[in-house]
Each structure stands twice: as C-alpha cells, then as structure tokens.
Design a protein around this ligand. Structure first.
Ligand SMILES: Cc1cc2nc3c(=O)[nH]c(=O)nc-3n(C[C@H](O)[C@H](O)[C@H](O)COP(=O)(O)O)c2cc1C
Length: 176
C-alpha cells in the first residue's frame, strides 16, 4: 500500500520513525508530511534518511511540485496522522487547511487514521473531545490513545500507541 504518514508537533513525534520503518519493512511505500511544529521536535533529515525525497513540510517551497497537496492525496491509499496533536485534530475537524498536512487531509478522499498523542488534560478538553467525535462521525478512524507515563511524568491516557499497534490497526482497516 502507499500511504502518507502525517507527523504533527507532539513530543511523541520521534516515535513516528518507528512507524515509518515498520511500514517500509513490510513493503509499504511511505511519504512523510510534517507540520512545522513537528520539524522543531524532530529533524526532517531523520525521516529523509529512510524516505529520501519523500519528506515534505512546506506548502510553498521553491522547486517543489506546486500541486503536491492534491497529488499526494490522489496517489496514496491511506493517510495516517501519528502522532496527532490537539491542534491538527482541531484543524481537521473544522476544515482548516493552513499548512501542508491539513491541506492534504482536506484533499484526501480515502481512509484516514488518526492517532492522538497529548497530555490527558488536553485529551479531555471538551473542544478536543468534540473534535474527535466530529471526525469519527465523518468516518475518520481515531484510535484510542494509550495509558501510561506522559511527558510530564504523570500517568494517564494520551500516549501514542506503539508502532506495531498502529500498523496492525491500519492494515486491518485497509482490508475492510
Ligand atoms: C516539547 C513540546 C511537546 C509538545 N507535545 C505535544 C503533544 O504531545 N500533543 C499536543 O497536542 N501538543 C503538543 N505540543 C504543542 C504543539 O506542538 C502545539 O500545539 C503546536 O501548535 C502544534 O502544531 P501542529 O499541530 O501544527 O503540529 C508540544 C509542544 C512542545 C513545545
């Protein structure tokens, strides 16, 4: 399968490397779309080492396909956003397309999987809860976050599920 791995600015962004490698090892072709916040947390070069020429983060970049957002959407079977911040979830739920990842989502018309990762209090924020349920109501597959120790050392729900869980989930869905 061909998929887009959307990486947003969660501290769990480094775990997206494992997700990328797992899909690749199983023969899938992955393009990576990072938000600007994600590029502050993990360098695009880390992803580009394993997916050369397939890592994007800018909407308006010199020399880049001007219709990248449309072409990525057309050419891929699945959009997986992992980790998904409260912010990208909010944008996806509200039709906001102000960067490459949110614009690719707007243009995407096949299966979308979202793996939220954030502090428990953010996950329980009524706006975030509403945005997640709005996405689910539109057929977007929003995974449950995992329980465990969070970045601030509190224990709670909000961790990114591990790469294998996300991989299995995506594969099961792609067979349906
Ligand atoms: C070190 C650090 C870690 C962060 N981790 C998270 C996180 O796990 N989940 C989240 O929703 N936001 C997190 N944020 C906040 C987001 O980066 C911020 O809301 C940003 O605007 C998200 O932009 P994006 O959705 O375009 O990536 C973190 C910020 C910093 C500085």
């Amino acid at each position: 399968m061909k998929l887009i791995l959307g990486v947003s600015g969660s501290i769990g962004a480094y775990k997206a490397m494992d997700i990328l490698r797992l899909f690749q090892k199983n023969g899938h072709e992955v393009s990576v779309v990072m938000t600007r916040a994600a590029t502050r947390i993990i360098a695009p070069l880390a992803f580009a080492t394993f997916a050369p020429g397939q890592v994007f983060s800018e909407m308006f970049a010199e020399g880049q396909d001007p219709l990248l957002h449309i072409n990525l959407a057309r050419d891929n079977d699945l959009l997986l956003v992992a980790p998904a911040t409260a912010n990208i979830i909010g944008k996806m739920a509200n039709g906001i397309a102000d960067d490459l990842l949110s614009t690719v989502f707007c243009a995407f018309y096949r299966r979308v999987v979202v793996a939220p990762a954030m502090n428990t209090h953010m996950l329980e924020n009524p706006a975030v809860v509403e945005n997640i349920s709005r996405l689910r109501g539109r057929g977007v597959e929003v995974m449950e976050s995992a329980l465990g120790q969070l970045a601030n050392l509190e224990t709670g729900r909000g961790r990114l599920p591990d790469a294998a869980t996300i991989y299995d989930h995506c594969l099961k869905l792609s067979r349906v």
